[in-house]
Design a protein around this ligand. Structure first.
Ligand SMILES: Cc1cc2nc3c(=O)[nH]c(=O)nc-3n(C[C@H](O)[C@H](O)[C@H](O)COP(=O)(O)OP(=O)(O)OC[C@H]3O[C@@H](n4cnc5c(N)ncnc54)[C@H](O)[C@@H]3O)c2cc1C
Length: 594
């Protein structure tokens, strides 16, 4: 880090300071190299993967692995891997662009195979492996010659992953660890050559091991019959006195949690990016169908409620795009300050990513729920045909359901979001208490007279931040540290923080649009709708939360305070008219328009 660089802000900083647009990363700031890679991967997704969707969905191993190796030849399996091991080591933004572009492939199953290969199947070795481990495994993984898998979950240890019972004991001659236990729901398992397996050394030291498929004592169980992503392999892995050479311990005994959480942090933003790509692909199918399908002597696209749904999808996708790339930009800025020549470069990278673990959790929640909402609207727009397999909605609708469950369920991720803010407030890692003390003065100040583009929306958002912090303040007063056990309230706080981060990212991104760009006026409308609806949701969330804290007996002073927030936050926006205009713009473009 050079002396001139200001320190990297901690995750959650957005709650206590206004957005600095100079440092906001958005897709409009992609470099030419980013755009070239985006085009290459989108071409691969549309030319090689999408036409093969049906075959891939029938779990055609040969086809899936052939396509994976083609990606290897294009260098796409080694985006995060140094050249010394056959990779390209590009930035994290590129990692996200590739994930997003693969998300457009319309084969969630193949995206899953690819994601595990390049993510949790490979990164633990890259980050924590010894030079010998990296030399043995990375060149094989980046070509697709070997397939990687990640075995953390157990039948009795899902969300509580660190409680796994799988054990590892050193053999008497000290040459092997003997692994015993069962892993559950392991993606790529039937095809994998290398498993990163987590196990407790001596019953309590959670650790990770690189376990080759040919290891005596390792067996892969039967394929699960799944609701979606049916073309990917998901099996249990059984370890019975599996003899793993001591050289295959990954990192250090007892460091399994560090490895697991680092993989999850990166996995979360990649999943978010992939869901973003999926959302855009599904949006385009829905719009195409709505324009072609006629009922009551006109295209269903003309019906006002269909316009409303199309606009809802566009707004959600634009907002998700804004907050996901903002998050990746934050991580990239932190990584850029590291010295790649440092011996512990990847450990530092993990720590840098960890600073934004809360934002990565928010991105995972928003990405997965955006695709969930978009596929649901997509099915509805297709009507009965949305329910029929040969039309392009039933598959994505089923496939995306898992996204709210893996990489940490969305419940767990929301607890992480609220828990992080709570911790940073209590430990004063962020000036949250100072900000809370200044709320009365903020409310006493005359609100800025609205005028100018998105000025009212920004003012409402600043009030929304104070409203969320007010709720946090009341919750901490009532429950102290036990707030973490009030999970519904924590979830509600997380929802407020997510609303704020997303709305701010959307407003900030829109401000960066070139005023001459054709999409700019519609982007402004999207930002207006997003901000107005976020304001309404924030007010509702605060009302529910305060009633919970005061057990339904809201003091008059609190009601009065809420009114003062309302005065600043109630939107004066014709949301319905704006939505019509947004949908009509999307119809004219025939594609996702931003
Ligand atoms: C198709 C598929 C592929 C997978 N691939 C892999 C893989 O490659 N490697 C791997 O290791 N794992 C994998 N998993 C496992 C996946 O990550 C877990 O299913 C997930 O972490 C949830 O664990 P669980 O299923 O045991 O649910 P549980 O943890 O039992 O959760 C059940 C419900 O309880 C809620 N809950 C749990 N704990 C809390 C809490 N503290 N507070 C509030 N709510 C809570 C959850 O949010 C959820 O709603 C895969 C799963 C599937 C289905």
């Amino acid at each position: 880090m050079t002396a001139t660089q200001p320190p990297v802000a901690l995750g959650g900083n957005f709650l206590v300071s206004p957005l600095d647009e100079a440092t906001l990363f958005t897709r409009e700031r992609f470099t030419d190299d980013h755009r070239d890679i985006e085009k290459m991967v989108r071409d691969f997704a549309s030319e090689r993967v999408r036409p093969n969707r049906d075959a891939l969905e029938s779990r055609n191993q040969e086809l899936a692995l052939t396509l994976l190796r083609e990606m290897g030849e294009l260098g796409l399996l080694g985006i995060d891997v140094p050249e010394a091991y056959g990779g390209m080591e590009l930035d994290k933004i590129t990692t996200a662009i590739v994930a997003e572009s693969m998300g457009r492939s319309y084969s969630a199953s193949f995206s899953v195979v690819y994601s595990v290969q390049t993510g949790i199947g490979m990164l633990p070795v890259l980050w924590f492996g010894t030079p010998a481990q990296k030399e043995r495994y990375l060149p094989r993984l980046v070509t697709g010659e070997w397939i990687g898998a990640y075995a953390l979950t157990e039948p009795s240890a899902g969300s509580d992953a660190l409680s796994g019972k799988c054990g590892a004991t050193l053999s008497e001659d000290g040459r092997y660890y003997l692994l015993n236990g069962e892993k559950q729901f392991i993606t790529n398992a039937a095809w994998a050559d290398l498993f990163t397996v987590f196990a407790q050394v001596n019953g309590s030291q959670f650790s990770a091991f690189l376990v080759e498929r040919t290891t005596p004592g390792l067996t892969v169980g039967a394929e699960e019959k799944k609701m979606g992503v049916k073309g990917s392999s998901t099996c249990p892995v059984v370890l019975k006195e599996a003899r793993v050479p001591v050289e295959n311990l990954l990192y250090e005994v007892g460091k399994g949690a560090t490895i697991a959480f680092n993989a999850l942090n990166l996995g979360r933003f990649k999943l978010a990016a992939s869901d973003l790509g999926g959302s855009k692909a599904v949006f385009e199918e829905a719009v195409r169908y709505a324009k072609g399908r006629r009922q009551f002597a006109q295209a269903i696209a003309n019906f006002d409620v269909i316009k409303g749904k199309v606009a809802d999808m566009a707004v959600r996708i634009f907002a998700a795009d804004s907050m996901i790339y903002r998050t990746i930009g934050l991580i990239q800025q932190a990584v850029d300050r590291l010295d790649p020549a440092a011996a512990d470069y990847y450990v530092q990278m993990g720590e840098a990513t960890e600073r934004y673990a809360m934002e990565a959790s928010m991105a995972k929640v928003v990405g997965s729920e955006t695709l969930g909402m978009v596929t649901d609207h997509g099915v509805q727009i297709l009507g009965g045909y949305g329910f029929i397999e040969e039309f392009p909605m039933a598959g994505p609708y089923r496939d995306t359901r898992i996204d709210r469950i893996w990489e940490g369920t969305n419940e767990i991720n929301r607890q992480i979001v609220a828990g992080t803010v709570m911790k940073r407030a209590i430990l004063e890692e962020l000036p949250i208490r100072t900000q809370i003390r200044a709320i009365d003065a903020f409310l006493d100040d005359e609100p800025e007279a609205a005028g100018g583009a998105l000025v009212a929306e920004r003012a409402a958002l600043e009030a929304g931040k104070r409203l969320a912090l007010s709720l946090l303040h009341e919750a901490l007063n009532e429950f102290g540290q036990d707030l973490k056990h009030e999970q519904q309230l924590m979830e509600l706080l997380a929802n407020m923080f997510i609303e704020i981060y997303t709305a701010e990212s959307t407003l900030g991104r829109t401000a960066l649009f070139d005023p001459r760009a054709a999409a700019q006026p519609t982007a402004m409308k999207v930002a207006q709708v997003q901000a107005a609806e976020a304001s309404i949701r924030l007010l509702n969330l605060a009302l529910t939360g305060l009633n919970g804290i005061f057990r339904g007996a809201l003091p008059m002073a609190m009601i009065e305070r809420l009114r003062r927030f309302q005065a600043r936050m109630i939107p004066r926006t014709d949301i319905l008219r704006l939505k019509r205009a947004i949908a009509e713009y999307a119809y004219a473009k025939e594609s996702y328009p931003f």
